[in-house]
Design a protein around this ligand. Structure first.
Ligand code: MOS
Length: 718
């Protein structure tokens, strides 16, 4: 069918009501099964062997002793693995990461590179053999440390242009009354999803089936079909439940190696990544080195803005963490320049991680705005209100809707910002110095083409089929509410099936675009189905099915700046004797389009804000420059915020909607983390008078920077 923007259905009462997850009972009772635990007859188990060296060549793999071990079935490596077709650009506009396309040559580009897969009857046998496998290497010198002034850095286009520039930057900086020039860094961060990657591959009835944990069954299906030169219709990928992804669950070594092994052995093979293996095989957020220069009038109006960011990528794959991109949306200036650069190091390939670009970029730009507020003596909320752009600062395009100012005002009101004394280091509670901080947030709100199938069953219920992914977001539930409204029925009569590439092409769970993209397709199919039903007397036993495709409708959308916005507020307590920072409360007010399910939307926003606390205070993957490997690549060494680190977090929203979306949806998946770390860091400054420009704000960093003594106690230990 040809899809146009569907008109509003007659009845629309379900979207916007709080609903618990439709699969919630299965999840809390343990009957929901994840990719690594679904049983198969005759299942064999693969265990990946990773390179301990950071750069060089595989000289030899001595498989004979391992093949003689109990239960071992085969060892796959570059000497015997099938050659794959890799010269393509996939559904998301990127070529496959060579780290996923395993065993194609003898080069080792980073520590943790997959060099072999040992397959055995049990996971224990496979692991034992994998740890025994003798691989010898020819080592070469490596470089794994990101340096802000690396001469080999170059501007790189990822999912946005590398550089933008307008106006006379030097001239405007020189003419500005207040000038700020600061550098900010963020560390390497890991996705740390609860469920590590897992896939089972098998051939059945001439088709390749892969049961996998991913963010898009159709995405992984199309990549596997291309890599293995298979007809797309002969590959099926299913992913029913997913325990988190955050950008890491695309095509990875586990699926590709499982398919190789299942093909070689003619039996089902499962490959599960360990937590430690995910540190090098599942992507990560690159560390960034950023420089922000601001020039402003005494009244805080920006005249010059320069935001440059550098991230690392591997020598085999270019990934851009476009941290300077957020300045292209949030702030305008007469002279405005942004640039994203990368440098190639002997490290694993980074990848998308929740708010790629915006998360680290907002730490820099929103810290810099806070510093500008400090120097101009203007309240940080007021400073942002004064610099609200009328149109896209770089594009000049109108905003679909921009309710950032509403978020700032509402957030300030609810947080109690008006009573804030701007002076730093003057509040205390016993040994704790207290402070508050805030930051603005924005994240893109686009949609991507999707197809959906909606069936009116003879029983009177409806079945929706779409290759959506519920990575923990509540997508299945959101689509149930969407479909109920679009079909003018109750959620109880709608059955939503997702996570199956056989349902046709659909957007992945990513870019905060899942719900909006899928909802559009479901709404379009439902609208046509209602028309068909109106002209039908009896529903045949097989039901009546309508298929939608939103490609054309999305292609016809007017060019606009489409974004969710938010205002983040945090209160912290800092113990200057121990260096400990505790977040005491946090409030985020968002303008994120029409909220489909308040329960799961709040869940997403609070999750993002929690991650902001974690980013500000805890997370840091540290690499040993001598070996090129991580220190302690696990959740003991890599600290994520736990319950004890997270106070009451409140997330709420203001009325907002995308006027061109049939339902008004924008997206809530990523905006919650944007600005959150800056709000915490700005609060630490307000508490202590010390500006932390390098994340995380560890106790040793707090101790190393002399804090102002609390004025009311007079005690100054520093
Ligand atoms: Mo997200 S980083 O788009 O999965």
């Amino acid at each position: 069918m040809t899809t146009t923007t569907p008109g509003p259905p007659a009845l629309r009462t379900t979207v916007g009501t709080a609903r618990t997850r439709v699969e919630g009972r299965e999840k809390v009772t343990g009957t929901a099964r994840y990719a690594g635990e679904i049983p198969f007859d005759d299942l064999a188990h693969g265990w990946l062997v990773l390179s301990p060296i950071a750069r060089g060549r595989i000289r030899d793999i001595d498989t004979a002793p391992v093949l003689a071990m109990p239960g071992v079935l085969t060892v796959l490596h570059h000497g015997n693995a099938p050659r794959l077709y890799t010269d393509y650009v996939g559904m998301l506009g990127t070529p496959p990461d060579p780290a996923a396309v395993v065993f194609q040559h003898d080069r080792v580009p980073f520590a943790g590179w997959p060099v072999a897969l040992v397959v055995a009857e049990t996971p224990e046998e496979a692991r034992e053999a994998a740890e025994t496998l003798a691989v010898t290497y020819d080592r070469e010198p490596h470089t794994t440390v990101l340096a802000a002034d690396d001469p080999d850095a170059y501007p790189a286009t990822g999912h946005m242009p590398a550089e933008t520039e307008k106006g006379d930057l030097q001239g405007r900086l020189a003419a500005s009354a207040v000038v700020l020039d600061e550098e900010y860094t963020t560390p390497e961060e890991q996705h740390s999803m609860m469920e590590p990657h897992a896939a089972t591959a098998l051939w059945e009835g001439g088709r390749l089936e892969v049961v996998d944990s991913n963010q898009g069954a159709g995405w992984v299906q199309s990549e596997l079909a291309t890599l293995f030169s298979l007809d797309a219709s002969s590959v099926r990928v299913r992913s029913e439940h997913i325990g988190g992804g955050f950008g890491s669950k695309g095509l990875r070594a586990h699926q590709v190696s499982a398919v190789m092994a299942a093909t070689a052995l003619r039996r089902p093979v499962r490959v599960v990544l360990t937590r430690r293996q995910t540190f090098s095989l599942a992507g990560y957020r690159s560390p960034t080195a950023q420089r922000v220069r601001l020039g402003a009038d005494p009244d805080g109006r920006l005249r010059a803005l320069d935001h440059r960011s550098l991230n690392q990528t591997s020598t085999v794959y270019e990934f851009v963490e476009p941290s300077a991109g957020v300045a292209r949306i949030l702030y305008d200036a007469d002279a405005h320049r942004t640039a994203n650069h990368v440098v190639r190091l002997d490290v694993p390939s980074p990848t998308w991680m929740r708010a790629p670009g915006e998360a680290p970029g907002s730490f820099a730009i929103e810290s810099a705005l806070d510093e500008l507020a400090e120097r101009t003596g203007i309240d940080p909320v007021e400073l942002r209100l004064r610099n609200e752009p009328e149109t896209g600062p770089v594009s000049g395009l109108p905003f679909s809707s921009n309710n950032l100012a509403v978020c700032l005002r509402e957030g300030a009101r609810r947080f109690g910002w008006a009573d804030r004394d701007p002076r730093p280091g003057i509040r205390s509670d016993g040994r704790w110095l207290l402070g508050t901080g805030m930051a603005a947030a924005s994240f893109g709100a686009e949609a991507m083409p999707s197809t959906a199938l909606v069936t009116a069953e003879a029983s009177g219920s409806y079945t929706v089929r779409i290759a959506a992914a519920d990575i923990g977001t509540g997508a299945r539930t959101a689509l149930t509410l969407i479909a109920a409204d679009a079909l003018a029925t109750t959620p109880e009569r709608v059955h939503v099936r997702i996570g199956d590439s056989d349902f046709g092409p659909a957007m992945i769970a990513g870019g905060s675009m899942g719900t909006r993209s899928w909802a559009w397709a479901v709404t379009a199919a439902a609208a046509e189905l209602r028309d068909r039903l109106a002209a039908t007397r009896d529903i045949p036993p097989e039901g009546i099915t309508v298929r939608s495709d939103t490609t054309e409708a999305l292609g016809a959308l007017a060019q606009k700046e489409r974004h969710s916005f938010g205002a983040q507020f945090a209160e912290v307590a800092v113990d200057t004797a121990s260096g400990e920072v505790r977040v005491r409360r946090m409030l985020g007010i968002f303008a994120a389009g029409r909220i489909v399910n308040p329960l799961t939307a709040r869940n997403q926003l609070v999750g993002g804000m929690t991650w902001g606390i974690s980013m500000a205070l805890h997370e840091e993957a540290v690499r040993d420059r001598n070996t090129g490997r991580h220190y302690s690549p696990d959740l003991a060494g890599y600290h994520v915020a736990t319950h004890a680190d997270v106070p009451d977090i409140e997330a709420d929203w203001v009325d907002d909607h995308d006027p061109d979306d049939p339902i008004g949806i924008k997206g809530v998946g990523e905006v919650g983390i944007v600005g959150a770390a800056a709000a915490v860091a700005n609060a630490v400054w307000h508490a202590t008078g010390v500006r932390h420009r390098n994340l995380p704000i560890r106790p040793d960093r707090v101790l190393a920077a002399p804090a102002l003594p609390p004025s009311d106690s007079g005690a100054a230990d520093a």
